[in-house]
Write a protein that binds this ligand. Structure first.
Ligand SMILES: C[S@@+](CC[C@H](N)C(=O)[O-])C[C@H]1O[C@@H](n2cnc3c(N)ncnc32)[C@H](O)[C@@H]1O
Length: 194
């Protein structure tokens, strides 16, 4: 079954012109939690190859930018920035690009570490990326802004969720149907930044 589902979303992405099957995860998250709305300023961390950027641009139609350590092939109307989200200089660069807009409405992060196959190491690396994403979100979100971040589950998950709760009025962990069934990933949604 899981493989069948993988094939289904993979083929669907090819057919519909999305760069990754991950596009459907963001669509499902947004259908349920309405995190991105028309005209929103959206910052996507760990955005290559750009499937989430395509979906974010479709929903928002406004300013959308993607950051990754890998090159992102250009998407019309989307800004790309080469950068490491764990490097403080990347936060400064993002701030420089959006400061004249008053900040971001939404920060989304689907960043994944290079998987080693060692569950606790991969979990720790994922939490490291999540903390970097949360730090960026806290520094660039407008009041009431929204946040979505992928986490590989493990024993540090509850601490991370608690850290998100300190800054958002509503938080939820959600597993979209487009995620592979055997995957350890879950998405933390934070709405109403304060
Ligand atoms: C699963 S992919 C993202 C897929 C994307 N959401 C899409 O729909 O096309 C994870 C990405 O995280 C990026 N990444 C991992 N560590 C990063 C870091 N420290 N800074 C920026 N990007 C990072 C990887 O290069 C990779 O492109």
């Amino acid at each position: 079954m899981p493989r069948k589902r993988e094939d289904y979303f993979y083929r669907k992405a090819k057919k519909e012109g999305y760069r990754s099957r991950a596009s459907y995860k963001l669509q499902q998250i947004n259908a349920k939690y309405n995190v991105i709305r028309p005209d929103n300023i959206v910052v996507d961390l760990g955005a290559a190859p750009g499937g989430w950027l395509q979906v974010a641009k479709e929903i928002s139609g406004g300013f959308v930018m993607g950051i990754d350590i890998q090159e992102i092939e250009p998407i019309e109307g989307v800004e790309n920035l080469l950068g490491d989200i764990t490097d403080p200089s990347t936060l400064k660069k993002i701030q420089g690009l959006i400061e004249n807009m008053g900040g971001a409405d939404v920060v989304i992060c689907d960043a994944s570490p290079n998987l080693s196959g060692n569950w606790s190491l991969d979990h720790a690396r994922s939490i490291g990326l999540c903390n970097s994403a949360l730090k960026i979100a806290i520094n660039i979100l407008k009041p009431d802004g929204n946040f979505v971040v992928k986490v590989f589950q493990g024993d540090m998950f509850s601490n991370f969720l608690a850290a998100v709760k300190k800054h958002f009025r509503f938080t939820k962990a959600y597993g979209p149907k487009a995620s592979r069934k055997e995957s350890a990933e879950i998405y933390v949604i934070g709405k109403g930044f304060f």
